[in-house]
Each structure stands twice: as C-alpha cells, then as structure tokens.
Write a protein that binds this ligand. Structure first.
Ligand code: NAD
Length: 437
C-alpha cells in the first residue's frame, strides 16, 4: 500500500520506516528541510536504537520530502506532527491544524487519514468536519511508543487502538488500517476499536496513570527522607503485590521528556474547558511533586556543600532518559542549569544528549558556567560532587574507585537511585540517594 507520514519527528520518522518494514511504499513529509535531508540520506536525525539500521534496510521503499503534494498518490496518511505545550498549559494544536489543512487538497475519495499525535479529546470530531468533504475517512490511532524502544514498540506494540467514527465508515476505516498493520496483527496483537473520544482519552489516561505512579513513589521518597525509611525497599515490598506491580515505582528526580509533562498539563486544561476540572485536580499535585524532585537535588547539594557558588559539579546525564538524545523538559538538564544559576561550574556528560543541549544552554546564557561532554570521566575530573541524573548503563557500570581517584570531593548524589550505594560508600564516597541513604 502507498502510505504518507506527515511529521517526521521521534514518532513519525520511526513510524514511516516501520511501515516500510511492513512492506509498504512510504513517503515521509516534514516542514523541516534539514530533517528531511538527513532522513533521505538514511541518517537518523536523532538517537534511537535500531532506527538507522531500519532506515537503511528499507531505503528502497522510503522517500522523504518537504513537499506536501507528494501525499497525493498515497491511500493512507498518518498525521504525526508535534502537539507541544502552549503557554497556558493546553496542547498547542497549530501543527495538527496546519498539517490537516495542507493535506486536504491532496486527499481523494476513499483515502484514510490516521491521526497519531496526542490530542485533546474532541479533536478528531472537530477535524472530521474538514476531512469528510474530501470523501476521505478519518481515524485516531494513538501511539504508545517509548523513546529508546521506539522501533520495537512500533513494530510489536502491546496493543493497537483504533478511534473511529461510529457507523459504516468506521468499519471501512478499520478494514483499511487492518490491512496496513497486517504484519503486526498477525502476531496476535490486541486491537481495540472504539469511538474518537475514547481513543483520544486512552492515550492521555495512560500517560496520566504512569505519571501518577512515578509521583506516588516520589511522594513516598519525600516521607522516607524525613523518617529514615528506604524508598527502594518500600517499592520492592509493595511492588510484589500484583495489584500494584514494581514497574514505574523507581523514586528519583522524576519524569520529563516531550510527552508525560505536557500531556498531563494538556489533559488538565482540557478537563477545565469541559467544566470537569475537579476530576483531574490531582494531576496538578502529580506535576508539583514531580517538579519538586528537581529542586531536591539542588537542596541536597547545598546541605552537603553549603554555598554552591564557586563549586565544581559534574552531572552525569542530559537527556530525559537513557538511550535517547531527547532533552525536552529533561530533569537532568534543568538541574544542571539550576546549579549553574546558583554559581557553580557545571560539567554535564551524556553519550547523546550533549549535542542538542548546546543550543538550549547558549540561549539560556549559561555557556560560561555549564559545559557538556560525552566523556563522563572527564566531567568528574576536579569536581566537588557528582550528580547522577540519567541512568545510562555506562554510568551505572562505572567503577567508583576509578571515579574517586579523579574527584577531590567524595560526594555522589544518586538522582535515579541507580547506583550500588554500598560500593560507592566502600570507595570512600558520601552517598545521597533520593529517599534512601
Ligand atoms: P517531534 O517534535 O519530534 O516531531 C514533530 C515533527 O512534526 C517535527 O519534525 C516538525 O518539523 C513536524 N511538523 C510540524 N508541523 C508540520 C506540518 N505542518 N507538516 C509536516 N510536518 C510538520 O515530536 P514527536 O515526539 O514525534 O511527537 C509527535 C506527536 O506524537 C506528539 O503529539 C506527541 O505527543 C506524540 N507522541 C510522541 C511520542 C514520543 O515518544 N516522542 C510517543 C507517543 C506519542
């Protein structure tokens, strides 16, 4: 089948290559010429394990362009553009609206437009008024991929969710999307068909639940810190209860990235618009707890070192999670910036995130006090303290004795509770975890 994918970011570019892997002819369209140039050359414009190989393997069935008219020959059009946070917390729909506007002149009768972006409930219903006059069909098919596992999650998702317009058109749209995803459905992947509103809500509900779980354990970390309890042991103990489960119960500096923070804020804003803001007021606490984690690290350092001005601090981690170069709303980068603003000299190390961070640090006017490197050992050389802010495996596997020999200050703040605390203590470090000593 001929497929277009509009928006070639973390979601769209991986989706385009994955659709080619399923055997389709795919045209990826984006307004960013540099991104398109890179993709067209088979070079991933961001770090995502396995994505370069997928791009290169499927090059014969993959084309990228900035020209929307190229969507004209395709039958199925995935919309995967960004929905960032607006100043008031709601989702900014500018890109989705303009993508649909740009696409409609090229739609033909019987085409299927499939929304993948995360959108406020009610969006698909609103957009169907724009799409249906072309006699094309609209569906909403939210995406649940995790950065760092994007290829695997796209090709082998836990489930597929189809949001359809009720009635005959819904059945036709379902049949077309089933054909697109035949290779995935053949693996017995659960596929749930529901109305537009439910499909839109599934996505934000899933992210809200995950965010709540993380903030719950971080709230327990706050209590653990003042009582001498150990939040990791607490999480292990409650996690054995299968009703609770151990995943997403790792206390630390909280969640970030291009999805969870903006999705819970957008959900709250939409609920308020709908007059049911009270139903989601707890998500504001979830957000507050999460943001407090970032200042907690700065507070711990100040407790240990006193005035941070003039201190040299190494931060391991820049991207919001390991195996990604995504720095959107990254707790690690936020913490590094706060330390630099407090007068410290900060060296942040990250295997991938160092590159996109350059621009943001420069725009923040912090280049003089916050530098980045890929070399985490160079970062600690001469440092008074080390903060572990992103749990890359290379950091977790590091030998504390080797690191101790490079640092005059023997203080490690484990922002992800990902180090073996006893080996760091044995190497002479003062160890401060998040909700555990
Ligand atoms: P992104 O910022 O990486 O990519 C968005 C892309 O859309 C950019 O390349 C941008 O240039 C392009 N774009 C903007 N306007 C356009 C237009 N009119 N025509 C063509 N291209 C246009 O964002 P992302 O992380 O890929 O997220 C995209 C959507 O998917 C968001 O709604 C997000 O919430 C959702 N989502 C993301 C993830 C994830 O892990 N990144 C997971 C699930 C869902």
């Amino acid at each position: 089948m001929k497929i277009s994918v509009i928006g070639c970011g973390y979601l769209g570019a991986v989706h385009a290559a994955s659709m080619a892997e399923l055997g389709h002819d795919v045209i990826g369209i984006d307004v960013d010429p540099a991104r398109i140039e890179s993709l067209q050359q088979g070079i991933a414009p961001f770090h995502e394990p396995g994505f370069d190989a997928l791009l290169q393997k499927n090059a014969p069935r993959l084309t990228f362009t900035t020209d929307m008219s190229a969507a004209g020959g395709a039958t199925v059009h995935f919309v995967a553009v960004g929905t960032p946070q607006s100043a008031d917390g709601s989702a900014d729909m500018t890109y989705v609206n303009s993508a649909i506007e740009g696409l409609t002149p090229y739609l033909s009768e019987g085409d299927l437009v499939v929304g993948k972006s995360t959108v406020p409930v009610g969006t698909a219903e609103r957009l169907s008024a724009k799409v249906t006059p072309t006699r094309a069909l609209l569906m909403w098919n939210p995406e649940f991929l995790r950065e760092g596992f994007a290829v695997e999650d796209t090709l082998s998702p836990d489930r597929l969710v189809y949001g359809v317009q009720e009635g005959k058109d819904g059945d036709t749209a379902t049949a077309i999307l089933d054909e697109v995803y035949a290779g995935i459905l053949a693996k017995d992947t659960p596929r749930l068909v529901m109305n537009f509103a439910t499909a839109e809500l599934v996505k934000v509900a899933a992210n809200s639940f995950l965010a709540t779980k993380i903030s719950f354990i971080n709230a327990m970390a706050e209590i653990a810190d003042v009582t001498g309890a150990n939040v990791t042991q607490l999480a292990d103990a409650i996690g054995y209860d299968t009703r609770i489960g151990r995943r997403f119960l790792n206390a630390g500096i909280g969640f970030g990235g291009g999805c969870l923070p903006k999705d819970i804020r957008g959900f709250v804003a939409r609920a308020e618009e709908l007059g049911v803001g009270e139903a989601l007021s707890f998500l504001k606490d979830v957000d507050d707890i999460n943001l407090r984690r970032r200042s907690r690290v700065v507070d711990v350092l100040a407790e240990e070192l006193g005035d941070l001005s003039g201190k040299t601090i190494a931060v391991w981690g820049i991207s919001f999670k390991p195996d990604s170069d995504d720095i959107r709303d990254s707790p690690a980068l936020d913490i590094a910036e706060s330390l630099a603003r407090a007068g410290a000299t900060v060296v942040s190390a990250d295997p991938e995130g160092w590159k996109p961070a350059q621009d943001r640090i420069e725009r923040a006017g912090l280049s003089a006090s916050l530098t980045t490197t890929t070399d985490h050992r160079a970062a600690v050389t001469g440092a008074d303290a080390l903060v572990v802010a992103t749990e890359w495996k290379v950091f977790q596997d590091e030998d504390p004795t080797t690191i101790g020999a490079l640092m005059p200050g023997k203080l490690v703040v484990d922002g992800r509770n990902c180090l073996d605390s006893s080996s760091w203590k044995d190497a002479g470090f003062r160890y401060r975890g998040m909700g555990r000593a």
